[in-house]
Design a binder for this molecule. Structure first.
Ligand code: GLA
Length: 391
C-alpha cells in the first residue's frame, strides 16, 4: 500500500496533469476503526474510535472558467457541474453535497478543479465516505479562508449525509476522521458534545480488521430503521426538554416498563445503555493493560449488536463463533453501521498470519466470500497542506 506521502505526491501529480496547474491546497483525511460504542452516536451515548493509516486525498484549486471539475482517480471517473447524467455517479452526491452546503452557508461560488485519490477502500465499513466529506469540507474551508471550527466542519458533513446522501448518520465517523491523534484513541461523548483522548497501555496485542467481503450500503439499509426506532424508544423516556437530563444516569432498570409494552424498542435501548457501560469498562481495560478483559468486552458488544440491536449478519456471526476457539483471539465484534462490512478483533501480537490461515479457508468454503485480514495503526486526523508544505 502507498504511504501517506506517496499518496499526497501522486494526487498532486494527477491534479497538475489534469488541470495544468498546481493545486492550491492538499487535504487528507483518514478512515476509522471504532473500538467500542456502536450505534451510540445518534443515541446520545459514548464511543471510542481511532483514525487509521488509510486515507482519502483531495487537491483543490480555483479556476477562471467558473466551472466545477472533479476527477476521482480511485474510480477513474469525472464530472463537472454542468453534467446531466450524475445519477449513475453516486459519489458525486458527496462532493456536490459539501459544496452546496458550504455555498449556502458561506457563499463560496467559484470555479474549482478537484482531484480525489485514495488508499481507503470503499464498503469495508471504515468510513471512506466520511473521509471524503471531511477532506472536501476541510479543503474548501482553507481555499475560501473560512476558518471553520471542528464542530462546524463535522456539522456540515452530517448535513451532507442527511440532506444529499440520504443517510441519517450520527457524528462518529466525521469526528474520528477529523479529531483523532496519532497513537491515541478518541473518546467521544455525544450527550455533552465533548471529546478527549485515551492512551492505550495494552501490551502484546494487535488490533486487526477482518473484512467479511459482504458489502454494505447504508442508504436503503436497515440503518435508517434503527435511527427511527431509537427516536421512538427515547420518546417513551422523556420529551425534548427532559430527555438529556434523564439519559445522563440512565440504567437498564429505568427502561423496564418498555419491556412489556414494546420489547423491540426495549431491546434497542438495552443495547445502547449496556454499550455505554462497555465503553467505560473498555477505557479501564485499555489503561490497565487487560487484553483479556478488552477482548471479552468486544465480544459482549457483538452479542448485543446481534441480539438486541439486530445489526449483524450470519456470515459475521459465524466468523465470531469460529474465532472464539482460537487461543490467540481475545475478542471481536461487528464494526460500523452493520449488516456486513468489517469486524474489529484484538489478537495476541504476531498472530495475524495464523488467524488468516485458520479462518480464511473455512469461510470461503462456507460462504464463497474471501476474507481480508489486516492489522491497523492509529494515526492523526485530517489535515490540509498548501502546495509548498506538501512538496
Ligand atoms: C455508521 C454511521 C455512524 C454510526 C455507525 C454505527 O458508520 O455513519 O454515524 O452510527 O454507523 O455506530
Amino acid at each position: 500500500m502507498k504511504s501517506k506521502k506517496e499518496l499526497i505526491r501522486e494526487t498532486i501529480e494527477i491534479h497538475k496533469n489534469r488541470y495544468l496547474s498546481k493545486p492550491d491546497y492538499i487535504s487528507i483525511a483518514p478512515g476509522r476503526i471504532n473500538i467500542i460504542g456502536e450505534h451510540t452516536d445518534y443515541n446520545y451515548g459514548l464511543a471510542m474510535p481511532a483514525a487509521i493509516d488509510r486515507y482519502i486525498c483531495v487537491t483543490v484549486s480555483t479556476n477562471n472558467n467558473r466551472v466545477l471539475s472533479v476527477y476521482s482517480k480511485t474510480l477513474d471517473e469525472s464530472f463537472s457541474d454542468s453534467d446531466t447524467d450524475l445519477e449513475s455517479k453516486t459519489w458525486s452526491r458527496y462532493v456536490l453535497g459539501c459544496i452546496h452546503e458550504m455555498n449556502s452557508a458561506y457563499n463560496i461560488s467559484a470555479g474549482m478543479d478537484i482531484a480525489i485519490n485514495s488508499t481507503l477502500e470503499m464498503g469495508k465499513g471504515i468510513s471512506s465516505s466520511a473521509a471524503l466529506e471531511i477532506s472536501i469540507v476541510n479543503a474548501l474551508s482553507q481555499l475560501f479562508n473560512l476558518r471553520l471550527s471542528d464542530d462546524e466542519i463535522i456539522e456540515i458533513c452530517q448535513q451532507v449525509d442527511h440532506r444529499h446522501v440520504g443517510i441519517n448518520s450520527g457524528k462518529l465517523d466525521f469526528s474520528a476522521s477529523l479529531l483523532s491523534k496519532d497513537a491515541l484513541i478518541l473518546s467521544l461523548d455525544f450527550l455533552n458534545n465533548s471529546h478527549s483522548y485515551i492512551k492505550s497501555n495494552l501490551e502484546g496485542c494487535d488490533w486487526v480488521l477482518v473484512d467479511s467481503g459482504i458489502r454494505r450500503e447504508l442508504v436503503g439499509s436497515k440503518y435508517l430503521e434503527r435511527v427511527e426506532e431509537s427516536q421512538e424508544a427515547w420518546s417513551f423516556i422523556g420529551d425534548a426538554s427532559t430527555l438529556k437530563e434523564k439519559i445522563k444516569n440512565i440504567e437498564t432498570k429505568d427502561i423496564c416498563s418498555l419491556k412489556d409494552s414494546n420489547k423491540m424498542l426495549y431491546n434497542r435501548l438495552y443495547h445502547v445503555i449496556t454499550e455505554n457501560t462497555r465503553v467505560k469498562k473498555m477505557e479501564s481495560a485499555l489503561t490497565l493493560n487487560q487484553p483479556k478483559e478488552a477482548g471479552s468486552i468486544l465480544t459482549d458488544s457483538h452479542l448485543s449488536l446481534r441480539d438486541f440491536y439486530e445489526v449483524s449478519c450470519h456470515e459475521i456471526d459465524y466468523i465470531i463463533e469460529i474465532s472464539k476457539d482460537l487461543d490467540y483471539w481475545y475478542g471481536g465484534r461487528i464494526m460500523g453501521g452493520g449488516f456486513g462490512g468489517s469486524i474489529i478483533c484484538l489478537l495476541k501480537s504476531g498472530a495475524v498470519q495464523n488467524y488468516s490461515d485458520d479462518i480464511k479457508c473455512i469461510y470461503k468454503k462456507k460462504f464463497g466470500y474471501s476474507l481480508d485480514i489486516d492489522s491497523v495503526l492509529f494515526t492523526n486526523g485530517a489535515e490540509v497542506l498548501d502546495n509548498i508544505s506538501a512538496e
